[in-house]
Design a protein around this ligand. Structure first.
Ligand code: NAD
Length: 513
């Protein structure tokens, strides 16, 4: 694999890059004393050492970004869109290499690595169309010969903080929209997946350069949370879009809120599928198993809980046990495997700890978990997907463990099932499996699921570009990607123009001199 990866890094043009930051084609000086290692969870090998941006590096980036904004905001939006169209073309050319690097650095399956790059292409295509549709409204003024309308202007610098599990797609969801809206971006990727970020920056920098765009429209700073904090505390960054754990989101919200900045938060989920007595159980099985074990349970939309009607509980549990017995766990670059590794040993410890806590609270494991040993599992990051029968109010069930642990909960009535689904602090994604129209509509009604995403006869995991993505409660309330999510990256201005020869005041107020 190491040889293949050298070729991939070479193809992506990043073999010799070891920067702390990049403002475009200009990569930061190789001086930083602090470095982080990019280690693959696939085989435990170090892929590269990456420098950490210093406060001085950050100042260089902010200055470049501020200057670039003055140029970029005045480029007509459809012209900005055309450059994003070219970025999508560059991604199409690099899909195989970038997807492979995503898979190797993060540990998700090769198919999902390619899928992640496809999602980047899809958001770029969406953004290209959007660049001609940044619509404002017009209103009728109560005053004669007056015109009222609203228009949308860019914010300035958008700071993007991303998580390890979607190391490239989440950045592009934000960046593609922010750019067509006229903003410039500074990206602080996860410290666990810096190489894929460097590869993306390299691809976009070449596109901007070919179009004569000055440096600073796309910027990258690598490092850990302290580097992210430079942005969250900085009034020169009006919007912080942060994706990650609820713990991180609470810290970011406080820092950004304290300076009255805007934040767009995409945080943890605790997603459930209701399996009704009217469900197609075979279809439900695929949705449940993919949702629970896909990406080794490391998606914000992973299925953590199955809320199963008592009349189908035993038969569906038996199907699950059989399906889990057929799962192949191993190298995610081998397309025969269903489940790859967790991101690192800390994630393995969190998984083992959650299993112990679940048992201590009374959870009964119908499929046992544990760490896998053997030469093919040498990275120490491969674990067994497991299933436990639990109660929804166990502390551990209320908590998002980012690993393939699936909880089973029994219900009698749909009202009870919906209350269980909603009875957690998080509110990202929910689903019901049912062929009964009344049940489906109740689940989607105002008294149904309280999540940002609610599906019928589709699992909780995954989403497509086009719909707004995000969740309620401790998931943070942000919306990204589709629908009118672009509005978060712009400021709204209401304009009133008086073309009469008097100056009437609103509400009929008289003020004569
Ligand atoms: P994490 O919270 O550990 O880190 C995410 C990012 O935040 C990293 O870049 C990290 O360096 C940075 N960070 C952490 N604390 C910070 C602070 N105080 N100030 C500024 N930056 C800070 O998350 P992770 O382990 O990388 O990712 C897993 C989590 O992300 C899960 O909870 C998952 O549900 C969530 N997630 C949510 C979505 C969504 O759209 N809702 C998408 C992907 C992942």
């Amino acid at each position: 694999m190491q040889n293949n990866i050298s070729t991939v890094l070479k193809n992506l043009g990043i073999l010799d890059l070891n920067p702390a930051f990049s403002t475009g084609n200009n990569w930061g000086a190789l001086t930083a004393a602090i470095t982080i290692d990019s280690v693959s969870p696939v085989d435990g090998k170090k892929i590269a050492r990456v420098q950490v941006a210093t406060a001085e590096d950050y100042e260089t980036v902010i200055k470049k970004a501020s200057a670039a904004f003055l140029f970029w905001r005045n480029l007509p939006a459809p012209k900005r869109g055309d450059i994003i169209r070219q970025f999508a073309e560059a991604l199409r050319k690099n899909k195989e290499d970038l997807g492979t690097l995503v898979s190797y650095e993060m540990g998700k399956s090769l198919q999902e690595g390619f899928g992640e790059v496809q999602e980047m292409i899809d958001i770029c295509d969406f953004a290209v169309g959007l660049s001609r549709q940044l619509y404002g409204l017009t209103m009728h003024s109560e005053r004669p010969s007056h015109r009222m309308y609203e228009q949308w202007h860019p914010l300035g610098i958008v700071g993007i903080i991303s998580a390890f599990n979607f190391p490239v797609a989440v950045w592009s969801w934000n960046a593609a929209l922010a750019w067509v809206c006229g903003n410039v971006c500074i990206w602080k990727p996860s410290e666990k997946t810096p190489l894929t970020a460097i590869a993306c920056q390299h691809i976009i920098a070449a596109v901007f350069k070919a179009n004569g765009v000055p440096e600073g429209v796309s910027n990258l700073i690598t490092g850990d949370k302290e580097v992210g904090e430079l942005m969250t505390n900085d009034t020169r960054v009006p919007l912080i879009s942060a994706t990650g754990s609820t713990r991180m989101g609470k810290a970011v919200a406080v820092a950004v809120g304290a300076r009255l900045g805007k934040s767009l938060l995409e945080l943890g989920g605790n997603n459930a599928i209701i399996i009704s007595e009217h469900a197609d159980l075979d279809m439900s099985l695929i949705g449940a198993v993919f949702g629970a074990v896909g990406t080794a349970g490391q998606r914000c939309t992973s299925t953590r809980r199955l809320i199963i009607h008592e009349s189908v509980y035993d038969v569906f549990t038996a199907k699950l046990i059989k399906a889990y017995g057929q799962l192949r766990i191993g190298d995610p670059l081998d397309q025969h495997n269903h489940v790859g590794p967790l991101i690192d040993k800390a994630a393995v410890n969190a998984y083992l700890d959650s299993i112990e806590k679940c048992k201590a609270e009374g959870g009964k494991f119908v499929v046992e978990g544990g760490l896998l040993a053997g030469p093919q599992y040498a990275s120490g990051c491969y674990v067994k997907p497991c299933i436990a029968a639990v109660k929804n109010d166990y502390q551990i069930v209320q908590h998002e463990t980012f690993a393939p642990i699936l909880y089973l909960i029994k219900y009698k009535t749909l009202d009870e099932a919906i209350a269980l689904q909603n009875g957690v602090p998080q509110g990202l994604s929910a689903a019901i499996m049912t062929l009964n129209l009344r049940e489906a509509e109740q689940f989607l009604s105002a008294s149904g699921a309280d999540c940002g995403i609610a599906n019928v006869n589709i699992g909780t995991s995954g989403a497509e570009i086009g719909g707004a993505f995000g969740g309620e409660k401790e998931t943070g309330g942000g919306r990204e990607s589709g629908s009118d999510a672009w509005k978060a990256y712009m400021r709204r201005q209401t304009n009133t123009i008086n073309y009469s020869n008097t100056l009437p005041l609103a509400q009929g107020i008289k003020f004569d001199l």
